[in-house]
Each structure stands twice: as structure tokens, then as C-alpha cells.
Design a protein around this ligand. Structure first.
Ligand code: NAD
Length: 492
């Protein structure tokens, strides 16, 4: 149970300037970047602004640590990664408050989705890694063909500012469990909690150099990591344009493998025969507006069938109006801050474009609490959005819902599949045949039926089309961090 007093005490702590974490030591860079809190627009510490030579040092440390870590055996890695999970749980509130000050996610959500989720991820891969066997191929009798799984070497992980701990853990935990070493580059505006878990990893017994963090600009430190000749794989979550750059960088350097988890414009489709309209309204509102819509799988396109349209929109408007937008460190807030001034400006610009292209803002879309200096926006519902409009096609990554009315199932399928993205989706219906038809017809990595945002470590997450092609979570993620080697043994 979270207590406001404990949150406030942690939120009042001064945070010292933060260096990189390389080879087990905190090291400053030549330059630093201010860390601006979206809560009040004020800088509250600095992070090192990593250079290519900082990345070189981190990669060298990771390379040096690789032989011993990769040969340490699953039982050892399991033990220290379990210890890390314990430490993350023990420091969960501290990590959460640090992260919320950095990126503005409402604390109720961040506590579970960030710290506790990261602990669960480390525990899952710790527990899994001594249960994965190599294979003997079913060849003819005169030969023995062994299929070994080997770690790749040095993995570069580049992650975004939304849910940095959760997404960081999705990359770092399976990579380390499989015996790789890691250099992690967090987003410019959400590095603090990831630096802290790399420190906790040392305390847990992860050897120096196994898990390194280099902070700073994507265009400098991120690019240097992606171009590095001694990095064996890149695990990325972020935007499509940066994903494209990473593919160019790997082609220009050492053909390191790249796994991309990118954006979305996910359709949430409500049919006239929805069984429980109140549940559908509540879950749909949460599915787009929690964390101010800064969620890759957010149901940012709402498609409602004409028979239920008016009733649904009325209820949705009423539910949305009840969200309390405010200081993300307050337990009273349902929705926190927009992560940065740039993102707030982007959200407002998308709303302006939607109006100019013929959409009508039914409610919300106004800057709130400007007097605090922070970045707050009321959740916006935009009606009359056609599939051709910008708001249907481009990811806003903010609390902006595009609403479209449809008549028949075929039309809903065509609209749902009309973007370049294919990350998530949902269908609300009481017809088994509609549900199954839609699951087959929608081009997306996830199709929810009568729910939204279901998540469990046992289930892979990833997209189709330009939403990427990597898969985080579940045992499938281990495939990204291991290579197959065959030993062909003649028995004659
Ligand atoms: P972004 O692409 O701007 O940045 C992501 C990371 O890439 C950051 O660490 C950044 O510093 C780095 N980077 C930027 N330019 C780079 C370059 N030239 N070379 C190397 N690294 C570079 O994304 P963002 O704004 O931080 O995050 C939002 C995006 O992430 C959205 O598109 C969202 O949908 C996506 N996302 C996807 C998932 C998923 O699982 N598919 C999950 C969360 C977020």
C-alpha cells in the first residue's frame, strides 16, 4: 500500500549529478545534461552527456566481462538475478519516485508497471534460464548433431522514456540471463531509475562490466553504440524513424543483429452487440488515457459501430471527465504529467491539425496547471476522424483519442488495417464468430477481445508491419539473445 508521506519524503531528496555506470564505477562525462522534471518544469539534477569515447569504454568493459559471465553457468546467473529482483522490490518506492520525477507517469501506475514489473521480469528470466535445454537433432544413426544455444556477446540496449524500468528490464534481464553482457542507453529524459538498477545489480553480485549504462543524447551516445564494431546485437524500443536509423547503422558497421519494437496506432473496435458497455467504456478510457496516452499499445483509434455510437460516446465523455489530472506524485492523480515540453507541444500541434482537417474536439485537449510550470493536458476526445486524416495515421503518443464511426464489420477491418502500424488492437462484441473473424483479420501483434492491455510475462509482446519485429517478454525473447551452434559428430 503506497503512503503519501513516504512518497513526499523521497520526492524531497536532493539527487546528486549522475555519471555513467561503466565497469562497476560511476564516471562523469565531459559534459552533462539537465534533468527537467515534467512535474514543475524545473531541473533537479544532471546526467552525463555521453560521447563516443564513453561508449567505447562501456563496450570494452562489457567485452572484458563477457568470457567469465557467459561461462558462469545458469545456476550462478539465476542466483544473482534473483538477488537483483529482491533488491528492486526492496527499493521499489525509491525507484518509482525517482522515475516519476524524471518522466511524469502517475505514481499509482508507475509503482506496479515500473519497479514491481522490472523485479518480476528479472525473476522470470532468472527462474527460466536453468530450464532451457540444448537439443540433439534427429539425424541418421551414424552422426550425432548437437544444437547449442550460445550467448551473442555484447548486447546494446536502447530504450525510450515511457516505462524505462519495465522496458529496460525486458531487454536487460533475458540478455544477462542468457550470458550476454550489456551496454544500456536510456532515453535523455528518463535515465535515473535505470542508472539506479545498474547499481543495485552490482550490489546483487552481478560482476563489474556485465551491466553498463551510458546516458546522453540518442544522436551521439545511441548512435555510437549502434555503429560500434564490437557490439553484437541491438535491442531497441522507440520510434519508427530512429528504428530505421539503427538499420542503417548496422549496415554501415558490423551487421550486428537489430531487434526493433516501435510505435503503434492501435484500433479499439466496439460493435453494437458489446456485452457490457460500461466495462468497455471504462477499459477503453484507461487504454488510451492512463500515463497520458504515452503507451506504445495505447488504443488511440476508437472505432464505434453506428447503433451504439451515441450512447458509447456519452458514457466515454463522462468517464473521461472524471479523470483527475495532476501532480504524478500525488496518490489522488489518475493521470500525471506529459513527459516533456516538446511532447506537450507535439500533442497540442496534433490537436490543431485534427481541427484543421475537419475533426471536432468533443472535450479536453487543454493545457492544465500551467501555473505549476509542469506539463499537463486534459484527455482529448476527437470525433469525426476519417482514416485519411493525420490523427488516424500518425502516432501522437499523448492523451488524444481519434474516434471514427463505422457501419459494418468489413469497413471496421479495412479501417483497422489502414495504417502502417500493427502493434495492438481490441474488439468488443458478444458474438463468438465476430470475435474470431476479427482476431484473424486484424494485422497486429496483439488482438484483445472484450478487454484491453492484458499483460503477463509469459506472453510475448511485439508488432506487425512498421510496429517492428522484435518480441519482448516470455521465453521467446531468449531467442533474440542467443545464437544456435551445431556440433556435427561422426559416429562411424
Ligand atoms: P525515440 O525513438 O525518440 O528514442 C528512443 C531511444 O532512442 C532513446 O534512448 C533515444 O535517445 C535513442 N535515439 C534517438 N536517436 C537515436 C539515434 N540516432 N541513434 C541511436 N539512438 C537514438 O522514442 P521515444 O520518444 O523515447 O519513445 C516513444 C516511442 O517509443 C513511441 O514511438 C512508442 O510507441 C515507442 N514505444 C514502443 C514500445 C513497444 O513495445 N513496441 C514500447 C514503448 C514505446
Amino acid at each position: 500500500m503506497l503512503e503519501q508521506g513516504a512518497i513526499d519524503r523521497l520526492a524531497g531528496e536532493t539527487i546528486a549529478p549522475q555519471g555513467h555506470l561503466i565497469a562497476g564505477k560511476r564516471v562523469g562525462g565531459e559534459a552533462s545534461l539537465p534533468v527537467i522534471s515534467p512535474i514543475d518544469g524545473q531541473a533537479f539534477t544532471t546526467i552525463a552527456d555521453g560521447s563516443a569515447s564513453d561508449v567505447d569504454r562501456a563496450v570494452a568493459a562489457a567485452r572484458a566481462a563477457f568470457p567469465a559471465w557467459s561461462r558462469s553457468g545458469p545456476a550462478f546467473r539465476k542466483k544473482v538475478l534473483h538477488k537483483l529482483a529482491d533488491l528492486i522490490e526492496r527499493h521499489a518506492l525509491e525507484l518509482t519516485v525517482l522515475g516519476v520525477r524524471d518522466n511524469g507517469t502517475e505514481i499509482n501506475m508507475a509503482y506496479k508497471a515500473e519497479a514491481l514489473s522490472a523485479a518480476g521480469t528479472f525473476r522470470y528470466y532468472a527462474e527460466a534460464i536453468d530450464k532451457v535445454y540444448d537439443e540433439i537433432a534427429p539425424t541418421g544413426p551414424d552422426v550425432l548433431a548437437l544444437v547449442h544455444r550460445e550467448p551473442l556477446g555484447v548486447v546494446g540496449a536502447i530504450v525510450p522514456w515511457n516505462f524505462p524500468l519495465m522496458i529496460g528490464a525486458w531487454k536487460v534481464a533475458p540478455a544477462l540471463a542468457a550470458g550476454n553482457t550489456v551496454v544500456l542507453k536510456p532515453a535523455e529524459i528518463a535515465s535515473l531509475s535505470l542508472l539506479r538498477i545498474a547499481e543495485l545489480a552490482l550490489e546483487a553480485g552481478v560482476p563489474e562490466g556485465v551491466f553498463n549504462v551510458v546516458t546522453g543524447h540518442g544522436t551521439i551516445a545511441g548512435k555510437a553504440l549502434a555503429l560500434h564494431m564490437d557490439v553484437d546485437a541491438l535491442a531497441f524500443t522507440g520510434s519508427g524513424p530512429v528504428g530505421r536509423k539503427l538499420l542503417e547503422y548496422t549496415a554501415q558497421s558490423n551487421l550486428k543483429r537489430v531487434f526493433l519494437e516501435l510505435g503503434g496506432k492501435s484500433p479499439n473496435i466496439v460493435f453494437d452487440d458489446v456485452a457490457d458497455i460500461d466495462k468497455a467504456v471504462k477499459v477503453s478510457a484507461n487504454g488510451i488515457f492512463r500515463n497520458s496516452g504515452q503507451v506504445c499499445v495505447a488504443g488511440s483509434r476508437l472505432l464505434v459501430q453506428e447503433g451504439i455510437y451515441d450512447a458509447f460516446l456519452e458514457k466515454l465523455g463522462a468517464t473521461t471527465a472524471k479523470f483527475r489530472v495532476g501532480n504524478p506524485l500525488s496518490l489522488e492523480s489518475d493521470i500525471g504529467a506529459i513527459s516533456s515540453a516538446d511532447q506537450l507541444a507535439k500533442d497540442l500541434a496534433y490537436l490543431e491539425t485534427a481541427r484543421s482537417e475537419g475533426g471536432s474536439v468533443r472535450q479536453g485537449g487543454e493545457r492544465l496547471l500551467a501555473e505549476t510550470g509542469g506539463y499537463y493536458l486534459s484527455p482529448a476526445i476527437v470525433e469525426g476522424v476519417t482514416p485519411q486524416m493525420t490523427l488516424s495515421r500518425e502516432e501522437v503518443f499523448g492523451p488524444v483519442l481519434a474516434v471514427t464511426r463505422f457501419k459494418a464489420m468489413d469497413e471496421a477491418i479495412a479501417i483497422a488495417n489502414s495504417t502502417v502500424y500493427g502493434l495492438a488492437s481490441a474488439v468488443w462484441t458478444s458474438s463468438l464468430s465476430t470475435a474470431h473473424t476479427m482476431v484473424r483479420a486484424i494485422n497486429a501483434g496483439v488482438v484483445h477481445v472484450n478487454t484491453y492491455g492484458g499483460a503477463d510475462m509469459t506472453v510475448p509482446l511485439g508488432g506487425f508491419k512498421q510496429s517492428g519485429f522484435g518480441r519482448d517478454k516470455s521465453l521467446h525473447a531468449l531467442d533474440k539473445y542467443t545464437d544456435l551452434k551445431t556440433a556435427w559428430i561422426d559416429l562411424k
